[in-house]
Design a protein around this ligand. Sequence first.
Ligand SMILES: [Ca+2]
Length: 547
Amino acid sequence: MYKKQVSFLLILILAMSTLLWEVGYSKPLVKKPITLTFMCEDTENPAHSLKKETPLTMQWWEEATGIHIEPIDVILTQDYTNVLQLKAAAGQINTDIVEIRGDSTGNYITQYVKSGLIIPLNDLIDKYAPNIKAFMKRYPQYKEILTLPDGKIYSIGTALASRYAYMGIMIRKDWLDKLGLKMPNTLEDWYKTAIAFVKDDPNGNGKADELGMISGDKLFGLYEFGLAYDLHLCIEGGWHIRDGKLDWDFIRPEAKDFLRFLNRCVKDGAVAPDFNDPTLTPFNMSQRVYDGLVGMIVRYNGRYLGFRGGTGNVWDLVNPGGPMMVKDPKARWVMAPPPLPINPKGRRMYILESIANRWRTYAITSKCKDPVAAIKWLDFVFASKEGINILRYGKEGLTYIHKPDGSIEMLVKLTPTNEIADGPLAGKWFGGVTIGNVVPTIEDDALVLQRMKESETPQWAIDSLKTNLKYATQPFLLPILPLEEGKEVAKLYNDIKTYKDEMWAKFVAGDIPITDENFNNYVNTIKKMGIDKVIEMYQKAYDNRSK
Ligand SMILES: [Ca+2]
C-alpha cells in the first residue's frame, strides 16, 4: 500500500495568515543598523546551537528590521536559572536584552526589578510597540497577568492565544458506539459510562481488563471533573474569584461532595484502583491507552492535537502514524463536552491554559544602549504579522508564497532536525517555531490549525475539539505579589499544597472516610497552616490590580 512520506516538520498547505490584532507598521525600524546583545537559552535543537550558528529565521528578522541580535550569553536550558541568578547577583549581566525565568507565579520578576536589572516597558510599548499594544488590547488578560504590584509590566512572555488550549476529557467514541451508550453529560453519566467500560468488555478480548477514568498525571487530571461542582482545581490550582472574593476551592464545602464522588468511583471501579500509584508515569499511563485498556482520559489540551510525538499529547491518540492509531486504527478518541454543572444555574466550561507564559519572560536591561530599538525588535518578532510570518514560514518568495485565496504554501521541506531539505538553501538551519525558547512567540488558532494540517489530523478529531470551543473559558490567574510577600507565600503554600495532596489521595482512596468531621479537621489543619494569610495577601494584590 502506498504510504505518503511526511517529514517531521514538512508544512503542506497552511491556514490563513491573518492575525486578530493586526496593525499598520512603519519601516525602517531603526535609522541605521544596530547590534543588540542578548542573554538567552540555547535552542532545544540538538543539531544546532546559537553559539555556533544563526538560524535563517534570525537572519531574516535582521534583514527586515536592521537590528542585529548578538546572543553573547548563551546558556543551556537546564543551567539557565542558576546562571542567571548568579550573574545577576554579581552584577555581571551586561546585555541589552535578557531572558529571565523562575516559576509560573511570576513572583521572580519582582526580584530583578528590585535589583535594577530590568526596566519598565509600559511607556516604550505605548510609544514604539504598536503590535504588542494591539495584542494587549485584544487580549487584556495577557497584560494583566504580567503586571507587577506597581502597575507596570517589565517583561514579555510567550503567549498562548488559542481557544484550543483547553484542558479536556477525552473518550473513546467507538467504545460508546459498541456498547450502545450516549456521550456522557452529567457526572453521574460519566460514572455509569466508566463502570460500563470496565464491566462490558468494549475492547472485546473477553477479559475484564479495562480501566475506568484516568489522567496522565495521577489525581491531578481527575480534578477536572470538579468543574461540575464549579471547583477550579487543575490549571488554576484551586484559586477562584467569586464576586471579587478570592477562595481556595480545595477547602470549599463542595470539595467534600466532589471527594465523595471520586471515592465512590474508586470503590466501584470507575476510577482505576492504582490511580495514585507513585510509579505510574504519564508514559506508562499512555501505554495502557495504546494497549486498548482505557476508554476515558483527561488530557492537558487540544492544541497538541497537531503536535507530532510526545507521550501525553493528544496527537498520539488521533493522528495517523501515532502510537494509538498504529495499534488500533479503529480507535476514535474524541474530546467530550465538559461535565454538566450540578447547580442548574452553573456554567458549563473547560478552562484554558494561561494566555501569558509567566515562568519565562524577556526583558530590556537597565544597561541597554538603545531601549527603543530593543522594544521595536521585540514588537517585530513577537507580535507583528511580518515577524510572525518569518518565524512560521520563513522568507516570502523564497520559502513560502501567499496563494490567491489567502492561504500560505511552503516552497521548501524541512528535515527532522529543522534544516531546509531541498532547493538552494538545502542544509541550512531554518529555526522557525523551534526557536520559541529563545524569543517570545504567539501561538494562536491559525498556528494550531496549521499544525493539525501538517500532522494530517483526521477531521473527526478536529471537529470534536471545535465542538467544545464554546466552553473554553479564560483561567483566573493569581496576581504577582510584592517581593517579600511572594517569599512568605511560597513558604506557607508549599507545605499547604503537600498536605492537601496527601489528604486528597487518602480521601479518594478511602483510607480516611469522608465524614463531616474528617473533612472539617482537614480544613482546620489547612487554616492552621496559614491559608487565610495566603488568601489575604493575594486578595490585596488582586484588589490593587483590579483598581
Ligand atoms: Ca476486555
